[in-house]
Design a protein around this ligand. Structure first.
Ligand code: PGA
Length: 211
């Protein structure tokens, strides 16, 4: 594990974008999993810009959505699918058949999870993942105390996650469950980056690194 400290958010975004582009350039055809929180938005913008300037070809790889709020669909503001389409997949022009995301509107959560597992396994596992960390230390929706994190599963959301969620929706939404790729499966990735930014995240980053 390597810890890199950036001067500010812009430098953090640059560092993460360049590391992601380098991985993709060296590993075309692999499966990439990018988190949809606020933290990666700057790095996604840089990555799309690098794609436009032909510094990386984002259409050579495949994508797996990290997680989703159960009850929110691809058109809902704040759904992980919409955030990623607006910030990344659409501006980069990624073909739809290269992207697989959880459908938060499907009542059959088990089917959604098995289908994501099949997509990951079809591509030989996740090559590279870019993750954030929640205020409670969650990665994706791997909430603290989730017992078995192999594969994909649904999770009852922790109170911190529910409170923080309002920032994505522009209004209060009664979310209670999430679907996610499990931490064990993410750890199997060849390379991974966890990004964190801002003073509010300092205590949880310290705890994650030291404890
Ligand atoms: P954030 O989310 O980037 O919006 O802070 C991080 C997370 O909850 O994983």
């Amino acid at each position: 594990m390597r810890i890199a400290i950036a001067e500010d958010y812009d430098e953090l975004s640059e560092m993460a974008a360049h590391a992601t582009a380098e991985y993709i350039n060296n590993n075309p055809e692999t499966l990439i999993c990018l988190a949809a929180g606020d933290t990666p938005l700057g790095m996604l913008e840089i990555l799309v810009d690098m794609h436009r300037h032909k510094e990386v070809d984002l259409s050579t790889v495949y994508y797996a959505g990290l997680d989703e709020w159960v009850g929110l669909g691809p058109e809902d503001i704040g759904s992980c699918a919409k955030v990623m389409s607006d910030a990344f997949y659409n501006p980069a022009g990624i073909p739809k058949d290269r992207i697989h995301v959880f459908d938060g509107l499907d009542k059959d959560i088990d089917k959604q999870c098995r289908s994501m597992e099949a997509w990951i396994s079809h591509h030989g596992g996740i090559g590279f993942t870019l993750l954030g960390i929640g205020m409670n230390g969650h990665i994706g929706f791997n909430e603290p105390g989730t017992p078995d994190t192999k594969g994909c599963f649904s999770v009852k959301l922790d109170n911190t996650t529910k409170t923080v969620s309002a920032k994505y929706f522009g209004k209060s939404r009664p979310v209670s469950t999430g679907m996610t790729i499990g931490w064990r499966t993410l750890l199997d990735a060849q390379t991974g980056i966890i990004m964190a930014s801002g003073e509010l995240k300092a205590p949880i980053v310290k705890a994650a690194v030291e404890e």
